[in-house]
Design a protein. Structure first.
Length: 351
């Protein structure tokens, strides 16, 4: 098989920076995490082109990875390099324009960082264009691709602890667009549902940054709650630890410390720790995503995330802010304005 040509747009932390900086700091299954390093490890991929507006970074990383096709304009890259696979690790603003152009100009697989966009409307338009052009899409919400989280879902689906009742995500006192695309996707991944009865949330938002339906910051989520139509509920709180708790009828499955281990508690009332699992992981979450996107594109396999799930995550994120703007009231999907725009700004930086 001829290798698929891969191009990467945005050569920052997630796009191309080497993972050595994280060795010993993150659990197994996370490294390599950057798009470039992960793509290099896929035998069917060949990384051929880079794009970044920072020319110093562009030439430095081009030399480091021995990539000679270097661009500062994404359209020129797509037109000239004609990649089969495009990885996008830019800031959120403008990301959907790149996705749309790539989808309409022959790119077969597009993997992009989170959040996909700043409005629900833009997200839906972008996804529709990808679907119309039969593009296989992947999304940088890596926990659903991580072996520890997948093992926890297998345990959940085994029925050992009965039905799932609630998902609790503990990602700290964190900003909406910077952190909580991960939280909402974890919830969608384990709930097996994209349809909710209502959501409600309280966010920390500076009133000076509210301009009608434009929120010029990255709000901090203080709490959030979702009630799904299938009966499962989910909550996001400010607890530290990067833990996820799957509360079931007869116990709790806890994913500890960003996937370091799984703890299984069984019983009713007081629960006892009955098992601790630490997986031997040989493939990173990003590598898993790339392999499965490749299989989905070439062999009509199942993609590791659906476009409906990507859209659902965007609806939840902006819905949290809309609920908070309305004093934390319960909000249904139809009530959330599709043109509510959140810039994701934190000081001088943007998600």
């Amino acid at each position: 098989m001829e290798k698929l040509k891969v191009a990467v747009i945005g050569l920052g932390r997630m796009g191309a920076e080497v993972s050595q900086r994280l060795e010993g700091k993150v659990p197994n299954g996370w490294l390599p995490i950057s798009h470039v390093e992960s793509a290099i490890n896929i035998p069917q991929f060949e990384v051929v082109a880079f794009c970044d507006t920072d020319t110093d970074r562009l030439f430095r990383l081009g030399q480091h990875y021995n990539v000679s096709e270097l661009y500062t304009d994404y359209k020129t890259l797509i037109n000239e390099s004609k990649p089969d696979v495009l990885c996008i690790a830019t800031r959120t603003e403008g990301r959907t324009e790149i996705i749309k152009y790539a989808a309409q100009n022959g790119v077969r697989i597009i993997y992009f960082e989170k959040p996909i966009s700043r409005t629900i409307l833009d997200c839906k338009e972008t996804i529709d264009i990808c679907n119309e052009n039969n593009v296989t899409v992947g999304y940088g919400v890596n926990r659903r691709y991580h072996d520890t989280y997948r093992e926890a879902k297998k345990i959940l689906k085994s029925g050992r602890l009965g039905n799932l009742k609630e998902i609790v995500v503990e990602h700290g006192r964190s900003p909406l667009y910077w952190t909580h695309p991960h939280s909402t996707d974890i919830i969608l991944f384990f709930s097996d549902s994209i349809e909710f009865e209502y959501l409600q949330s309280t966010c920390l938002i500076d009133g000076n940054n509210i301009h009608g339906l434009v929120i010029d910051e990255d709000p901090i989520i203080l709490n959030a709650y979702i009630k799904f139509e299938n009966g499962v509920s989910a909550s996001i709180n400010q607890a530290n630890g990067l833990n996820v708790r799957l509360v079931c009828e007869n116990g709790t499955i806890t994913i500890m410390k960003d996937g370091e281990r799984i703890e299984i508690y069984e019983g009713s009332g007081y629960e006892d720790l009955t098992e601790t699992l630490v997986l031997n992981i040989n493939t990173s979450a990003t590598e898993n995503a790339f392999k499965e996107l490749l299989n989905a594109s070439l062999n009509n396999g199942i993609a590791p995330i659906s476009t409906n799930e990507i859209l659902a995550g965007m609806i939840l994120l902006n819905g949290f802010v809309y609920s908070s703007l309305n004093e934390g009231k319960r909000v249904t999907k139809s009530e959330i304005p599709s043109d509510l725009l959140i810039t994701g700004r934190s000081g001088d930086y943007y998600a």
